[in-house]
Design a protein around this ligand. Sequence first.
Ligand code: SER
Length: 585
Amino acid sequence: MKAIDIRNKYLKFFEKNGHKIIPSAPLIPENDPSVLFTTAGMQPLVPYLLGQKHPEGKRLTDYQKCLRTNDIDEVGDNRHLTYFEMLGNWSLGDYFKQESIKMSYEFLTKELGIPSEKISVTCFKGDEDCPKDVETAEAWEKSGIPKERIYFYGKEDNWWIAGEEGPCGPDTEMFYDTGKPKCSEDCQPSCDCGKYVEIWNNVFMEYYKKDGKYTKLEQKNVDTGLGLERMAMLLQNKETPFDTEIFKPVMDKLKELAKNDDISSRRIVAEHLRASIMIVSDGGRPSNIDRGYILRRLIRRMTRHLNKLEIDLNKLPELIDLNIDTLEKLYPELQKNREVIKEVIVTEKDKFMKTLNNGEREFNKVITRLKEKNINKVDSKTIFNLYETYGFPPEVTKDLAIENGFEVNLDEVDKLFKEHQEKSRMGSEHKFKGGLAEQNEKTIAYHTATHLLNAALKEVIGKDSHQRGSNITSERMRFDFNCDHKLTDEEKKKIEDLVNKWIDEDLDVKVEKMKKEDAIKSGAECMFIEKYPDEVTVYTIGDVSKELCGGPHVKHTKELGHFKIVKEEASSQGVRRIKAILEEK
Ligand code: SER
């Protein structure tokens, strides 16, 4: 079964069971300072998991574009991916364990046709925070999974929380038995040998964890996640996701072009190229910090492995086209972004090649010096200095050093590099909190100020200036927009003055629901049209701003106080960033 068919079956099945299909949120979260990318289907739904009413109701289903970067260096083996798609269904205070398990079992066995005996499940075994999940185990038995295929594990395996704080609860995981022999007497789903592959995770969210303490959520939710690539691989009887139709055309093309074939390099190129395409399509651009840096790293690593494969780098646009053609059925939006995707990735590749050439010269000098002194280790400081001075990426120095027969202490390098990254980035992906969950008066005011700033930029910079990202905390707002020049002091002043004028006019903030088409026709501004369902919420501020937005916002602009730009800087190519604060008046 092809990935697109699995996805369609999934959405239809849950729709038939009373769920509303909602669109995937962009890969790049809006208004969420705590995460770099969307890493799970539940992430954009945090406010609703915490009790806010979802406009589409209590039963939702979607496919979500996700990116996880913790295992970037593992890509190249037979299973790790950075970008993946997660199919999910949610109950927001509606059904719970019994019905969730019944539906999962039916979907796996009837819709996908997986024989029941190939399925094993795991449940939470209980500890001092939460009792053993007997109800879940009984529900599985009732569905048709015998006791001997129901396993119980602790929090390390059967508890789900994103990060240290947030909604959480026991989960139940479904495993597919590949039919491979047991690696030992004791081989179980928790074993990594490859016999059992996790296919679906249903989280029964009934707690909120804060400062190490668990309190009961008022609303009990179900949050499930099924990895699309993995399911496609299993149903197609393939050994790796790279053998499915999602990657195969690109993998084959790389093989054809490579003068020095290497399967691991081909996987890295195919995987990183797909991830980069998805990030750029959702508005990401390479830069030296945060998510821009992740994108930069992906493109660099991909370029390096193209070099290793001895593939002519001029073939890159062709490879991007092929990759987009392969993915188009799953993500039709790629078609309209095709040219900008090519432009961004190819430009970054060119930049990297320059860096690579300069850095390689310096690297060779270092190597010669070390050889003269009979030293066979490149120390981590040198690697770091090559990065700081020549922009030479540590992961590349690391690879080159090893290729030249030198030792490197990877842990030391990682440590230095992490320290550097920590300094320059806003927060790690692991530190998941869900920005909207932290709504308070201040963040709501900043949210409204964002709309005013967006409108002011259109007046001062030009109609073509659009929002490219935003990030709000209780202390400040940050707003990215496309613009081809550094703002002058005069422009900054004009923008500030306009926003403050609108604040002083105490404009009404009006909210209304309308059809997406009508909203667009009425000229409402919107960053990611695909993100929105057919019925949308539109916020209008006086006659200065009209935007599709989930809210919330203040009711009158006077509530904002005084708007002040504290910084204006480049964010990435063609994108500027304004940091601004709201002061008491
Ligand atoms: N949030 C859970 C996961 O990421 C289920 O969707 O696995």
